[in-house]
Design a protein. Structure first.
Length: 259
C-alpha cells in the first residue's frame, strides 16, 4: 500500500525541470510525496517521460495519450504511434486527452475525434482516462457521456467548472483533479470544494504550471502539492493529513496503482 501524497498530474519531463529535476524529485519525496503520475502530451514527449519512469520506477508512473493542444492535421499519425506504445506495454492511464477551446478552435472537430478514439482505447485497455478540458466542459462531457455509460472512469484534471458538471461526473464515479488554482482568491474553487467535498477529489500540481500561492506566477515544483492539500483542509475544516489520506486513497482506486 502506498503511503503519502500522490501527485496525479505532473509534467516532470518538461524542459523547465532540466536543470534540477533529480533534486526536485528527491525533495518532494522527502516531504512525503510518494508517487508522481506523468501525463503524455504528444509523440515528442514520450522518450523523455519514459526515461524518468525508468530512473524512478517506484515513484514516477507514465500515462499515454495525445493532448488536445497538440491535435493538428497529423493527429491520426500521432495516434497511431501512441497506440503502438499501448500495445507494447502497460500504462496507468490514457492521458492527457480532451478538448481545449481556449487557445484555438481551428481543430475542434479533430479534437473531438481524437478524444473519442482515446476514450475507446481506455475502455479497450481497461484504463482510466485523464481529461484536459479548458473552456470546453459542456463539449467534453457530451463527447464522453456514451463512454461513461459503458463504464469509462477517469478524472477531469485541473477542474474549473460548475457544480452541475461535478454532479454529472460524480454520478458516473469520476474524480475531480484539484491543484494550485484552489489557492487563487478569484478562482472560486474554494467555494466549489465546500459544495462537492472530498469524496471524489484527487490532488495534482500540473507542474511546471499553475503554482499555488505564494508561488503563483513562478515554476510549480513537486513539493508544492502539500500547499494544495493544506488549502483544501482549511476550506473543509479538516487536517492536511486527512486530505492527503483520502485523496491518495482515491488516486490508488482510480489508477489501480496501490498493488
Amino acid at each position: 500500500m502506498i503511503n503519502g501524497i500522490i501527485d496525479t498530474h505532473i509534467h516532470l519531463y518538461s524542459e523547465e525541470y532540466n536543470v534540477d529535476r533529480e533534486s526536485l524529485i528527491a525533495q518532494a519525496i522527502e516531504k512525503g510525496v510518494s508517487q508522481f503520475y506523468m501525463p503524455n502530451v504528444d509523440v515528442n514527449s514520450i522518450e523523455a517521460m519514459l526515461k524518468i519512469e525508468n530512473a524512478h520506477p517506484q515513484h514516477c508512473l507514465a500515462m499515454m495519450g495525445l493532448h488536445p493542444c497538440y491535435v493538428k492535421e497529423d493527429y491520426k499519425e500521432q495516434l497511431s504511434i501512441i497506440e503502438g506504445y499501448l500495445k507494447k506495454r502497460t500504462f496507468i492511464a490514457i492521458g492527457e486527452v480532451g478538448i481545449d477551446l481556449h487557445w484555438d478552435k481551428t481543430f475542434y472537430e479533430h479534437q473531438v475525434d481524437a478524444l473519442q478514439i482515446q476514450a475507446q482505447w481506455a475502455l479497450d485497455y481497461k484504463l482510466p482516462i485523464v481529461i484536459h478540458s479548458r473552456e470546453a466542459n459542456t463539449e467534453s462531457i457530451k463527447t464522453l457521456l456514451p463512454y461513461m455509460q459503458k463504464g469509462l472512469k477517469g478524472v477531469f484534471h485541473c477542474f474549473s467548472g460548475l457544480l452541475a458538471e461535478v454532479t454529472v461526473l460524480k454520478s458516473y464515479g469520476w474524480m475531480i483533479g484539484i491543484g494550485g488554482v484552489v489557492t487563487y482568491k478569484k478562482a472560486g474553487l474554494d467555494s466549489l470544494i465546500e459544495e462537492i467535498g472530498i469524496e471524489q477529489v484527487i490532488l495534482e500540481t500540473d507542474g511546471p504550471y499553475l503554482a499555488p500561492v505564494p508561488y503563483r506566477g513562478k515554476r510549480n515544483e513537486p513539493a508544492y502539492i502539500e500547499l494544495v492539500a493544506q488549502k483544501i483542509g482549511d476550506v473543509l475544516q479538516c487536517s492536511k493529513e486527512d486530505v492527503i489520506a483520502k485523496t491518495s486513497a482515491n488516486a490508488l482506486q482510480l489508477f489501480n496503482t496501490g498493488l
